[in-house]
Design a protein around this ligand. Structure first.
Ligand code: NAD
Length: 501
């Protein structure tokens, strides 16, 4: 371990992590680490200190073409295409083993890059591992079905084949960079696809360490290509590329729409996991103390930079004052600080842009007349720190209630009936998740049915597991990641008819 001076305290990072940061990182194309064709680079800024900690390459469209050509070759008859499903499964497991062996370094890199507390980064790495292991097992289990014609006269043998969709373009956001990458890659590799990945420009470090592990795993060159760089150039060019077969995107709704338009031009298949503004309904019959802690966790975890953050709170009239009082007191116990400090429970926002955007939304809440109950300030020290913030007395006409803030900002209001709660919850462009706190089983089932959201969490926040699908209704996108449902999006279904007479 070596010491690194931060603006706060001295903290320790593993020597292997320091050495990794000290290098200038290259693109990973066809199994080789190479500079961008024009020599372009991007500075990596640590959000806790605002200092440059590393340098990465900025890919060009020419680099992208090279990566797509390698992925194409591997898919269209290359080594990868000739492996058996069990051989693919073994390679994905080998990759997972390497991630496990390097889990500590990966967690440190994620914390330094994103700013999140180390304990949260460790959970991300565990989620990453679980995802690869889950999908590894699917490689040998993806299969079509035999069937019988229902009305067509004649004698046939009919069956379906599930064939890998082809070269998959992968574009991921900065909030859970390595874990989101696993969501996309796990299924694609299990199905036999090849991939070209565009990590988020502000948090690419773990994807680059991952590239080294891909090389070490023995996965053939060209199957996984990783091109760091700008979304507006290499990301946009990937979505519009004529030689890819599918694009899987996680990010904001606006960018997702432009990715979707570009993909549609070529009939490229697409999965879009987009933004959210997820409602949390707290009923008087719920376990209030448990709900207080979990509601705070649902919005302050990862400094609120979570797509399915429970960011709109609706509390039943009779308990509103008591619940909000407890929630405000609990919020004051959250400790802001760099992710590498042991006692930090909430880190900085990822970038100056994100800081400015969140502070702008807080100001809009104040201007619109919401009551600031706690927080609301940028912290007076180096780093992109914003206090955990709660607004009360909100209404659904306010911008802070309708728009995704993607920061540690909760907006709360009252409701008096189940019907009103559902109406308020559904009155939003997004539909990623919704949460219900109640002990009333009848109500829970009734509301789970009518809430317009891809996931409904009951008496818990953000339960995510590789075996269960995740994705959105409405402007939160379409398609699902995770679970067997995701395999449909990385395969094409072919129907074979054999006429016997
Ligand atoms: P973003 O849309 O700005 O960027 C996402 C990715 O797209 C990045 O890799 C970026 O470089 C790339 N990109 C940017 N412009 C592009 C373009 N024109 N064409 C192609 N790619 C481009 O999103 P972000 O700020 O990184 O992430 C935050 C957003 O992601 C939030 O809206 C959040 O809700 C959403 N998100 C959704 C999910 C989900 O599963 N639904 C999960 C995490 C984050």
């Amino acid at each position: 371990m070596v010491s690194t001076e931060s603006n706060f305290k001295t903290y320790q990072i593993p020597a292997t992590v320091s050495a990794f940061l000290a290098r200038t990182h290259q693109l990973f194309i066809d199994g080789q680490f190479i500079d961008a064709s024009d020599g372009g680079t991007v500075a990596v800024i640590e959000p806790s200190t605002t200092e440059q900690v590393s340098t990465i390459a900025s890919a060009t469209v020419a680099d992208l073409d090279k990566a797509v050509a390698a992925a194409r070759r591997e898919f269209d008859g290359g080594t990868w295409s000739q492996l058996t499903p069990l051989e693919r499964e073994a390679l994905i497991h080998r990759l997972a083993d390497l991630i496990e062996e390097n889990a500590t370094d990966l967690a440190y890199l994620e914390t330094i890059d994103v700013g999140k507390p180390l304990a949260e980064a460790e959970m991300d790495i565990q989620g990453t591992l679980d995802t690869y292991r889950y999908f590894a097992g699917w490689a040998s289990k993806i299969s079509g079905r035999s069937g019988e014609a229902a009305g067509l006269p004649g004698d046939y043998v009919t069956y379906t084949r599930k064939e890998p969709v082809g070269v998959v373009g992968v574009i991921v956001p900065w909030n859970f960079p390595l874990q989101t990458l696993a969501w996309k890659l796990g299924a694609a590799l299990a199905a036999g696809c090849t991939t070209v990945v565009k990590p988020p420009e502000v948090t690419s470090l773990t994807a680059l360490r991952f590239a080294e592990l891909v090389k070490e795993s023995g996965i053939p060159d060209g199957v996984v290509n990783i091109l760091t760089g700008k979304g507006s150039t290499v990301g946009a060019a990937l979505a519009a590329h004529q030689r890819i077969d599918k694009v899987t995107f996680t990010g904001s709704t606006n960018t997702g729409k432009s990715v979707g338009h570009a993909a549609l031009e070529n009939m490229t298949r697409m999965t879009l996991e987009l933004g959210g503004k997820s409602p949390v309904l707290v009923f008087a019959d719920s376990d209030l103390d448990k709900a207080v802690e979990e509601v705070a966790m649902g919005i302050f975890f990862n400094a609120g930079q979570i797509c399915d953050a429970g960011s709109r709170l609706y509390v039943e009239d009779g308990i509103y004052d008591e619940f909000m009082g407890k929630l405000v007191e609990h919020t004051k116990t959250w400790v802001l600080g760099p992710g590498l400090e042991a006692d930090s429970t909430i880190g900085p926002l990822v970038s100056e842009n994100q800081l400015n955007s969140v502070m702008g939304m807080i100001q809009s809440g104040i201007d619109e007349g919401a009551t600031l109950l706690v927080g609301g300030n940028r912290v007076d020290r180096t780093g992109y720190f914003v206090e955990p913030t709660i607004f009360g007395d909100c209404n659904n006409q306010m911008t802070i209630v309708q728009e995704e803030i993607f920061g540690p900002v909760l907006v709360a209001q009252r409701f008096s009936t189940d019907e009103q709660a559902v109406e308020l919850a559904n009155d939003n462009q997004y539909g990623l998740a919704a949460t219900i706190y109640s002990q009333n089983l009848n109500r829970v089932h009734r509301l789970s049915k009518v809430l317009k959201a891809g996931s409904v969490y009951v008496n818990a926040q953000s339960s995510i597991d590789p075996a269960m699908p995740f994705g959105g209704f409405k402007n939160s996108g379409f398609g699902r990641d995770l679970g067997p449902e995701q395999l449909d999006s990385v395969t094409e279904t072919k129907t074979v008819w054999i006429t016997l007479s």
